[in-house]
Design a binder for this molecule. Structure first.
Ligand code: 2IT
Length: 449
């Protein structure tokens, strides 16, 4: 690691001891861009790394809402506008009990480089609340979303900051959030939020985009290895929107998803989660609010392993699609022992830093980083913004073709960048370098502030 990076990371550790997730992602990104930083001594003079690790703005607010029993509830809302050098702040909202400032800052930092990778003009942001939508009635979710937007609306806009969904925020929540924004602004500014319903400016393929994009990226990796998806076995973590999109596309392209997990354990379906009926059932599982993958095992009479993750199973491809730090050192050792060839991160930061470094050292294993693999979601959000500006709607084929093309470009550009710095086929370092370089160029050109 360059001396400059080392110093900045140490200063951040001293400054933010209560923000472990945020420190983790900064260390992950900065530790892999040493060759770039060493080649640019002017970055240190401009305090570029210090500035990049400091959000441009952090908004924290009270969200008060009344539940169906008449009880008054208070949650904390956040929006971290991390970096606007490349475009309007862009990134999702997460509603989950685990949300806190450290988590939102980690997601916002990560988003900045991911958005840079999409090739579209978007800055990085993230937001959310510690509100848990699971087990809440529709009316409660609506009242919460309205209260949340009543505070947030003054900070966002189609050219300022454009939120979207993330864990716990799907089409229903986006509808309520946009409705409240429209009511408060008195204008149909639908480019203010993405992931909308098709009747008010949503984009075709946005629900599928993250999972489809991840599969297209994986296809590029396989192509690099002279391999294809046909007949490959897959283990996936999660059964939400991202997992659903990935399973749909993987199945269509001939792979077989045998394992899928939830917070309660994982299921093993020897025939694969491959029929329309099974894949559609994932949507029902999500809508039910149970948040249990065991429902799948009961419905289709397959094996359920309680309280465990599928990372000890032997498959060709592993895709953590659930949440951060799902794979730690203990799980990583199982993955290495089973000689899994393709470890494809899909959720944001699903691997702890020590586990990631360990997996990167495994001979014959290819590790792909989430900020590149899952960039298809925000990319299609960017395309939704384009359509809203044009007041036009593109066909599914047009959006899908663009998604496919950009995912391939992200893979190819990352691979080329790593190669250029003598790092071999290191997709993790390559993605960090490409994303970092774009944000660095934009910041250096815009002056010191
Ligand atoms: O992590 C992500 O990239 C997202 N949740 C999607 C963000 C977006 O603005 O579509």
């Amino acid at each position: 690691m360059s001396k400059y990076i080392d110093r900045v990371v140490k200063e951040l550790q001293a400054k933010h001891p209560t923000e472990p997730e945020f420190l983790q992602t900064v260390e992950e990104v900065y530790s892999s861009i040493a060759p770039v930083v060493d080649a640019h001594p002017e970055y240190e003079k401009a305090a570029l790394l210090e500035r990049m690790a400091e959000p441009e703005r952090v908004i924290e607010f009270r969200v008060t809402w009344v539940d169906d029993k008449g009880k008054v509830n208070v949650n904390t809302g956040y929006r971290v506008q991390f970096n606007g050098a490349c475009g309007p702040y862009k990134g999702g909202l997460r509603f989950a009990p685990s949300v806190n400032l450290s988590v939102v800052k980690f997601l916002g930092f990560e988003q900045t480089f991911k958005d840079a990778l999409t090739t579209l003009p978007m800055g990085g942001a993230k937001g959310g609340s510690d509100f848990d939508p699971n087990g809440k009635s529709d009316a409660e979710v609506m009242r919460f979303c309205q209260a949340f937007m009543t505070e947030l609306y003054r900070h966002i806009g189609p050219d300022i900051d454009v939120p979207a969904g993330d864990v716990g925020v799907g089409a229903r929540e986006i509808g309520y959030l946009y409705g409240q924004y429209r009511r408060l602004r008195g204008a149909f500014e639908n480019g203010v939020i993405t992931g909308k319903g098709l009747s008010f400016g949503g984009s075709l393929i946005r629900p599928e985009a993250t999972g489809f994009g991840a599969t297209y990226y994986l296809q590029s990796v396989l192509e690099h290895e002279g391999d294809t998806l046909e007949g490959k076995t897959v283990a996936i973590a999660g059964f939400g929107n991202v997992a659903w999109g990935a399973i749909t596309k993987l199945t269509e392209l001939g792979a077989k998803v045998l394992y899928m997990s939830g917070p309660d354990g994982y299921v093993y379906d020897p025939d694969g989660i491959s029929t329309k009926k099974k894949i559609n059932y994932l949507l029902e599982m999500r809508a039910s609010g149970h948040n249990k993958v065991e429902d799948y095992a009961k419905k289709f009479k397959v094996k359920f392993v309680k309280g465990k993750k599928p990372w000890g199973e032997k498959v060709d491809i592993m895709m953590p699609c659930a949440t951060q730090n799902d794979v730690d050192m203990e799980e990583a050792k199982k993955i290495a022992k089973n000689k899994i060839k393709y470890y494809i991160e899909v959720a944001n930061m699903p691997t702890t830093n020590d586990a990631l470094q360990f997996l990167l050292k495994q001979k014959g294993m290819i590790v792909a980083p989430s900020k590149a693999v899952n960039a298809g979601g925000v990319l299609v959000s960017g395309l939704e913004m384009c359509q809203n500006s044009e007041r036009l709607a593109w066909t599914a084929e047009e959006v899908d073709a663009k998604l496919h093309q950009v995912m391939k470009k992200i893979h190819d550009d990352s691979a080329a960048a790593a190669e250029r710095y003598g790092l071999g086929y290191n997709l993790v370092a390559g993605a960090n370098i490409v994303g970092f370089q774009k944000v660095a160029d934009a910041m250096m050109a815009q002056g010191i502030f």
